[in-house]
Design a protein around this ligand. Structure first.
Ligand code: ADP
Ligand code: MG
Length: 150
């Protein structure tokens, strides 16, 4: 089952991220899709804040992958927007099993390299402050998580 949620402010999107974070588990993978400025990084910041990560979470545009290790478990934040080389060189698949959380912005760019099970979240800009957020759990663990928090 897919979930459609309207977010009317940055805070709404942060609260959604924090609800999902409350049911996080090791090796969880969250794939974010949506145009520039649709709220993917805001979602990630909300999630990281809930994990009690102390470093500021910024868009990892130039690094592609940023690791945050001051929280309850590691957070691997990927942003594939400027990926120009080979996906294989990133070794992204290694991160799915490192015992942390992976949040991948622009995950649709690497569809063939995603794990079998993950939480897909799509952001659509409706107007300045409104976003339509579609959540599609892939796999039973993610379905259960959605049932618990959405
Ligand atoms: N409902 C909303 N949810 C998330 N961001 C919103 C919302 N309404 C307005 N915004 C603004 O949209 C921008 C989203 O930026 P960002 O999260 O960096 O986008 P992305 O990572 O998808 O490119 C921010 O400036 C934020 O303040
Ligand atoms: Mg971003």
């Amino acid at each position: 089952m897919d979930y459609k949620i309207k977010s009317y402010s940055e805070m709404d999107t942060i609260e959604l991220a924090q609800n999902i974070e409350s049911e996080k588990f090791k090796n969880m993978v969250i794939c974010l899709e949506g145009d520039l400025g649709s709220g993917k990084t805001i979602f990630t910041k909300g999630f990281a804040r809930s994990m009690e990560i102390k470093e500021p979470v910024t868009s990892p545009t130039f690094n592609i992958i940023k690791e945050y290790t001051t929280g309850e478990m590691p957070l691997y934040h990927m942003d594939l927007y400027r990926l120009d080389g080979n996906v294989e060189d990133l070794g992204i698949e290694d991160y799915y099993k490192k015992g942390g959380i992976c949040i991948i912005e622009w995950a649709d760019m690497i569809e063939d390299y995603l794990p079998r099970h993950y939480l897909k979240i799509k952001f659509k800009i409706i107007d300045e402050n409104t976003r339509l957020i579609t959540i599609e759990p892939k796999g039973s663990k993610y379905e259960e998580l959605c049932e618990a928090v959405l």
